[in-house]
Design a protein around this ligand. Structure first.
Ligand code: FES
Length: 104
């Protein structure tokens, strides 16, 4: 039986070489994603919260983009300080971080 997680965070690792359109990898998402995954391990959350690299999430103009399920909350995450706030508030305690939410 597949493992079930309490929530799942996808971070965009898409790298667009032509640079006609922005991409999250060019704005630092790979470093943030790797550090976030390590923090999850350090906090012992790896069996509760999945962190997965994704392709383009369609939020290129405002990224680096992340989305947290099951809520489907979109975030703009520019640095590890932002990522830690999402980890502390949303992933550990279920509270959305309003200041980082990507809105329509
Ligand atoms: S490149 Fe990240 S959302 Fe499109």
């Amino acid at each position: 039986m597949p493992k079930t997680f309490r929530c799942h965070l996808f971070w965009c690792g898409h790298d667009r070489e032509d640079q006609e359109k922005p991409s999250c990898a060019r704005r630092g998402s790979p470093d943030i994603g790797k550090q976030l995954k390590q923090e999850m391990r350090d906090r012992g959350l790896r069996n509760e919260v999945a962190v997965t690299k994704s392709g383009c999430l369609g939020q290129c103009s405002v990224g680096p983009a992340m989305i947290v399920y099951p809520e489907g909350t979109w975030y703009k995450v520019e640095n590890m300080e932002d990522a830690r706030e999402i980890l502390d508030c949303h992933l550990e305690n279920g509270n959305v971080v309003d200041r980082l939410v990507i809105r329509d």
